[in-house]
Design a protein. Sequence first.
Length: 283
Amino acid sequence: MSEKLQKVLARAGHGSRREIEAKIAASRVSVDGKLATLGDRVENDKSLKICINGHLVSIAESATEVCRVLAYYKTEGELCTRSDPEGRPTVFDRLPRLRGSRWIAVGRLDFNTCGLLLFTTDGKLANCLMHPSREVEREYVVRVFGQVDEEKIRQLRKGVQLEDGPAAFKTLRFAGGEGVNQWYNVTLTEGRNREVRRLWEAVGVQVSRLMRVRYGNINLPKGLQRGSWMEMDLAAVNYLRLLVGMDDKTVTKFAVEKDRRRTKANQIRRGVKRHTQVSGKRG
């Protein structure tokens, strides 16, 4: 049975479907010597010669391949892209180097949003977690500037019309603050571009601070510094896999229990050392 080329390559860990589609559109992918086009379908055939940027890549999925997941604390001012022509910092600059695989971002946070961003080496897991049909919950802490009354809260819970369709917060809870600067906890089950900000703007309220604190049941780890990362243990990895209907894993690169605390501390220190733009405290 044939599948779309971008789906096959994403499942093999060569990037997200969106990234691969962009490469196909830019004539950077070939199949058996012929440039691929969007919409091409292939069969999972070991004899296929698929190249990305002129380099032969594998589409085989190994049953023993280790699925790794990182929790990263993104700062404001970082881009969720692998490189930037203007030389601005990206979230990938801070991640540990890999051989034979690559980190794939599970969704994105915009330039001025901070907080939890997950990365995995498993393209299929990343795509499933991002897909709207899975309705994986994301929680944000948001500071708004403007007058918020019961009618606006009712609209945000019931739904408002955005340019790309109707949207609503799954939950919305007041979290403190006085006057025109107030904090709220909100949740969504999809990841449309700037959706939290656009929802508030639709009722005439501006977002002055936005931070993601949870993805599914994975919280932003306590003590994790801005610009640093922490590898998830096997239980957390399997929670995410089972959440989207994937088989669990029995192998992990995560340290054994006696080394776990030391490993986490070293990872945090390395992440902070690489990050030259840390400022202030989380809040």
